[in-house]
Design a protein. Structure first.
Length: 143
């Protein structure tokens, strides 16, 4: 696995405030979709820079295995929802659905003093089967 991209701090978190953390796992069905996926990733990283309520993020990948992870921190669930619906993210999600294998999303709360969260914490929470799993046929929540 390549080392994660360094944490990108979009705004300074308040140490005594609680934030929403999101870890995601994404898998491409075919390696042939990788160039498009990488272009989309760059566009979404650009979107993040101007997104109100985004605190920071990091990305991790096993490119040849088609496995990708994100780790991000948000002021609120609403800020995250707005980002997901906005372009280019909204269009990218719709475009990639047929090319994605199972995905998984895990959310938790963290104090600003714990930002950025560690990949170890994200891995632990993802492995504990917490969160929402989504496949091409719909979603199922596990906890």
């Amino acid at each position: 696995m390549a080392p994660p991209l360094p944490w990108v701090r979009l705004q300074e978190p308040a140490s005594d405030r609680q934030y929403l953390v999101l870890a995601s796992y994404l898998r491409l069905k075919r390696l042939g979709q990788l160039p498009r996926f990488m272009r989309y990733t760059q566009a979404i990283r650009g979107q993040l820079k101007g997104t109100e309520g985004a605190i920071g993020y990091s990305l991790r990948a096993k490119v040849l295995r088609r496995d990708f992870w994100t780790l991000s921190v948000w002021e609120s669930e609403e800020a995250l929802r707005e980002f997901v619906r906005a372009e280019p993210h909204g269009g990218v999600m719709r475009s990639l659905v047929p090319h994605m294998g199972p995905t998984k999303f895990v959310r938790w709360k963290a104090q600003g003093s714990q930002v950025p969260p560690s990949w170890g914490e994200a891995d632990r929470r993802m492995s504990a089967e917490e969160g929402e799993k989504v496949s091409g046929r719909g979603a199922r929540r596990s906890s």
